[in-house]
Ligand binder design. Structure first.
Ligand code: ADP
Ligand code: MG
Ligand code: MG
Ligand code: MG
Length: 399
C-alpha cells in the first residue's frame, strides 16, 4: 500500500507512457479522467496523432459513495488477472490488459474508442446481429476452460484461491440476494412500486428460492466468472464486442454470468415499454431482443456441450448423462440469477438506465413492476421451464 496514491491526470499520463511503446519518445500527451462507473477512476491518455490508451485505477473506497465506503484496492489485481485469464481463452471478446501495477492498483489497457457501451446502444434501440453469437462464445470459452471439465483438481483449487475476492463478492451477496428481500436502507425504491417491493419482504416462498441461489453463489465454484457482466460492461460495434470491468470476478456458479447477461437484455426489453412510444418500432426491437436471448442460450449450451464432449480431461465427468444434467442445472441457475438481477435492478441500490431513463414516472413504475413480476416467475419456475420458448410465453406483456 505504501506506493499507492490517487492518480492525477499527469500521474496517469506518466504511467501510460512508462509502460507502453505506443506513444514513442517525443509525442505530446494529454490526459483526462472520464470514468462513469460506480467504483473507479478511468483516464484516457492520448497523443497528438490520435493514439490512445486507458488507465484504470482502483480507489481505496467506492467512488459512488465516497470515503465512508472503504473498498480494497486489491480489486485491481482481480480485474487484471481475470481479464488476462479470459483473454487467453477468448481474445476476440476480452479487452486487452497491457500492464498491471499492484502497488498503485492501476491497469493500463487498450482504448476501445471504436466501440460504444452496449447499454446505451440498446436504449437507443440499436441492433447488433452478432451479439448473441459473440457473447455465447465469450461465455462458453471463459467458463468451460476454467471449470473442472478442463482443469485438474490441484490446478483448479489454486485458481479458486487466487480469485477469492471476498470484499467484492460481499457487495453482490448483499445487493443481489439480501437487500431487495427486506426493508434495507440501501434499497432505492421509487414511490410508484413501493407496494410491489413490500410484497417481496413478506414472500417466504420466493425468499426460500433466493436463499438457495445465494447459497450456491457462496459455495459453488464452477468456473472463473466475470462476476459483473451487465450491459454496461460490454463494448460493441457493428463488427465485434469486448468485455471490460472484471473486478467482481471469482469462482462461482456458471449460471450467474449467463443469467446476468440474459437479465440485462430483458431489462432493456421491459424498458422499451416506457422508452419507445411507437408500438411497431417497439415490437420490432423487442422481437430482436428475444431472438438474441434465445440464441445466446442455444449457442452457449451447444458450444459448452461440444467442449464437454471433446475436451473433458476428467474421466468421471465424461459421462454423457452427467453432462446432460449439468447443463440442465446451469439452465435453472441462469433463469434464477436472471430473476435476481431483474429484481435487484428495480428495488436495490444500483439501478439501470434502461428503466431509470423513462421520463414518465407512472410508465417507469409499470415497467419496474413488470421487472419484479418477471424476476419472481423466473426464480420460482427455473426448474420447470424446459426451454426458452416457455420463458418467452411468460413475457407475453402487451403494453
Ligand atoms: P467501474 O469499475 O468504475 O464501473 P468501468 O471499467 O466500467 O469502471 O469503466 C467506466 C467507464 O470508463 C466505462 O463505462 C467506459 O466509458 C470507460 N472505459 C473503461 N474501460 C475502457 C476502455 N478500455 N476503453 C474505452 N473506455 C473505457
Ligand atoms: Mg514510452
Ligand atoms: Mg463498470
Ligand atoms: Mg467495475
Amino acid at each position: 500500500m505504501t506506493d499507492y496514491r490517487t492518480f492525477s491526470p499527469d500521474d496517469a499520463m506518466r504511467f501510460a507512457d512508462e509502460h507502453s511503446e505506443l506513444f514513442g519518445d517525443h509525442s505530446k500527451l494529454s490526459c483526462k479522467e472520464f470514468g462513469d462507473g460506480n467504483l473507479n477512476l478511468v483516464f484516457r491518455v492520448e497523443n497528438d496523432k490520435g493514439s490512445s490508451l486507458i488507465v484504470k485505477q482502483a480507489l481505496p473506497y467506492a467512488r459512488c459513495v465516497g470515503e465512508s465506503w472503504p473498498l480494497t484496492i486489491d480489486r485491481a489485481r482481480i480485474e487484471a488477472e481475470v481479464l488476462l485469464a479470459h483473454r487467453k481463452l477468448c481474445p476476440q471478446h476480452t479487452v486487452e490488459v497491457l500492464h498491471y501495477d499492484a502497488a498503485r492498483a492501476a491497469i493500463l489497457m487498450e482504448d476501445l474508442k471504436q466501440y460504444r457501451i452496449l447499454r446505451g446502444e440498446l436504449i437507443a434501440a440499436k441492433q447488433f446481429p452478432h451479439l448473441a453469437t459473440q457473447l455465447a462464445s465469450y461465455l462458453a470459452n471463459t467458463l468451460f476452460y476454467t471449470s473442472d471439465f478442463a482443469l485438474t483438481g490441484p490446478g483448479k483449487k489454486q485458481q479458486v484461491g487466487q480469485f477469492l475476492n471476498p470484499e467484492l463478492c460481499l457487495i453482490t451477496e448483499d445487493l443481489f440476494f439480501t437487500d431487495p428481500y427486506c426493508n434495507h436502507e440501501r434499497n432505492n425504491i421509487h414511490a410508484e412500486i413501493r407496494a410491489e417491493a413490500q410484497q417481496l419482504w413478506h414472500d417466504e416462498t420466493l425468499q426460500a428460492e433466493v436463499a438457495q441461489l445465494k447459497a450456491d453463489f457462496l459455495s459453488k465454484p464452477q468456473a472463473l466468472l466475470h462476476g459483473d457482466v451487465h450491459s454496461g460492461s460490454i463494448f460493441i460495434n457493428d463488427e465485434n464486442c469486448k468485455v471490460i470491468d472484471a473486478e467482481f470476478g471469482f469462482y462461482g456458479p456458471i449460471g450467474f454470468d449467463v443469467g446476468s447477461l440474459v437479465a440485462n437484455l430483458l431489462l432493456n426489453y421491459l424498458g422499451h415499454f416506457g422508452l419507445t412510444a411507437d408500438s411497431s418500432r417497439r415490437q420490432q426491437h423487442q422481437d430482436y431482443l428475444l431472438q438474441q436471448i434465445d440464441s445466446l442460450w442455444q449457442q452457449f449450451a451447444s458450444q459448452f456441450k461440444q467442449l464437454m464432449a471433446e475436451e473433458c480431461k476428467e474421466p468421471a465427468l465424461q459421462n454423457a448423462l452427467y453432462q446432460q444434467r449439468f447443463m440442465q442445472q446451469v439452465w435453472a441457475d441462469t433463469l434464477g440469477y436472471a430473476g435476481c438481477e431483474l429484481i435487484r435492478r428495480t428495488v436495490g441500490l444500483a439501478h439501470v438506465a434502461d428503466l431509470d431513463s423513462i421520463s414518465n414516472s407512472m410508465l417507469r413504475g409499470q415497467c419496474e413492476a413488470k421487472a419484479i413480476k418477471l424476476g419472481r416467475e423466473l426464480i420460482l419456475q427455473r426448474h420447470s421451464l424446459a426451454n426458452m420458448a416457455q420463458l418467452l410465453t411468460l413475457l407475453n406483456y402487451n403494453t
